[in-house]
Design a protein around this ligand. Structure first.
Ligand code: GLN
Length: 377
């Protein structure tokens, strides 16, 4: 009997396949259509040439973990111990799954905010947990903390947050963090904070990483992705940061899931991180893309929602059609040659606010061609 009877193929594979089949411009699945840095590629090549081609240590290469700790000290003013608090993982999705697998037992409840990245709920279910779903307010996509309190029971074990948020582009604010801090302390909950878009925060706003807040961090797993920030999603490289006592348990699971992550990429990334401009330039780079996409989309009948971070832009299409978002996204791909993700795919019960998600991590010319096509609707 299936452990996930209601799960089909992920919407990202479905829409990317439909885009390819229809030769549509693919603004659906979140990945850049430009290459990662040549310098970074050379650093990885060099590591291969130098013979760094055997297993890395189980928790990851210490140089890479140290480089991450240095970055965190600079960005979030926090001392993280590379030896005992950082684990390199094959991607952010894996980092999330492993945190859930480490602590969630049958019957445990996990609070998840919807729309939610599509792996969260299956990850909880496959570990026997019960997702407790709370909708973010529409259209600001903010958390109603009173509702969170109302949904906490003696079985609540973990609360999952995601900032900047996929698919909505909202970010948690300081007052959200303060509410979270109180709740975590009061009910002794674990926090799983998915921060894969940490550097993609716009308009001078701050990324409220949980790493900044020791009272929350002491109960937290915080997950990151190199692919999302350094434009190499195909490398599947990420990491999980958690205090020592949680990391110890995390590694017990990790060592028997994949043991260790590929070695030359770790050497290359460790070296690349030595130059802080490689990540400090990212907010401006992506803000320019967001602004350019919004400017181009002014020539269409789509209505943008506010995007404060991530590389996603939500658009309402109520001035175009009243069909459901899945039908609309399919028609958009087939008839107009642009693929997007229907946001109802991120709701367990398929809540449909007639909104689609576009990924703007694309070359300017790709965004221009897409907007030209979308202006015809
Ligand atoms: N995170 C990417 C997105 O939201 C996709 C990752 C995947 O395809 N699994 O589009």
């Amino acid at each position: 009997m299936s452990k996930l009877p209601n799960v089909g193929t992920t919407i990202f594979s479905v829409m990317s396949a439909l885009a390819a089949e229809n030769k549509a411009i693919n603004l659906s699945q979140g990945f850049p259509d430009y290459d990662c840095s040549d310098e970074l590629k050379s650093m990885v090549n060099e590591a291969m040439q130098q013979g760094h081609n055997q297993y890395a240590p189980m928790p990851g290469l210490l140089q890479l973990r140290s480089a991450i700790a240095t970055k965190i000290a600079g960005l979030y003013q926090q001392n993280i111990d590379p030896e005992s608090e950082i684990t390199i993982t094959p991607g952010g999705t894996y980092a999330i799954f492993t945190a859930i697998a480490t602590y969630i037992r049958p019957g445990d409840e996990v609070i998840v905010f919807e729309p939610a990245y599509d792996s969260y709920i299956p990850n909880i279910l496959v570990n026997g947990g019960t997702p407790v779903l709370i909708s973010l307010s529409f259209p600001e996509y903010r958390i109603n903390w009173q509702e969170v309190r109302n949904k906490i029971t003696p079985r609540t074990r973990m609360i999952m947050i995601n900032t900047p948020h996929n698919p909505t582009g909202s970010i948690l604010q300081e007052d959200d963090i303060r509410e979270l801090e109180k709740i975590v302390a009061e009910f002794d909950l674990l926090v799983l904070s998915d921060e894969v878009y940490e550097h993609l925060v716009f308009d001078g706003q701050q990324h409220h990483s949980i790493l900044r807040y020791p009272n929350i961090f002491k109960n937290s797993f915080v997950t990151f992705s190199f692919g999302k920030v350094f434009h190499n999603t195909g490398w599947k490289m990420g990491y999980c940061i958690a205090p020592k006592h949680l990391t110890q348990e995390y590694r017990k699971v990790h060592q028997y899931l994949c043991f260790s992550v590929n070695t030359p990429m770790q050497y290359g990334l460790a070296k690349f991180l030595e130059t802080p401009s490689h990540y400090l330039e990212l907010p401006a780079f992506y803000q320019q893309k967001r602004d350019y996409f919004l400017e181009l989309m002014r020539g269409t009948k789509f209505t943008p929602l506010s995007t404060k971070g991530s590389y996603f832009q939500l658009m309402q299409y109520d001035r175009i059609s009243d069909e459901g978002d899945k039908d609309f996204a399919i028609r958009l791909t087939k008839e107009f040659g642009v693929a997007a993700i229907p946001v109802s795919a991120f709701y367990d019960k398929g809540k449909d606010d007639h909104v689609v998600r576009f990924c703007f991590a694309k070359k300017d010319e790709t965004l221009e061609r897409a907007a030209e096509r979308l202006a015809k609707i």
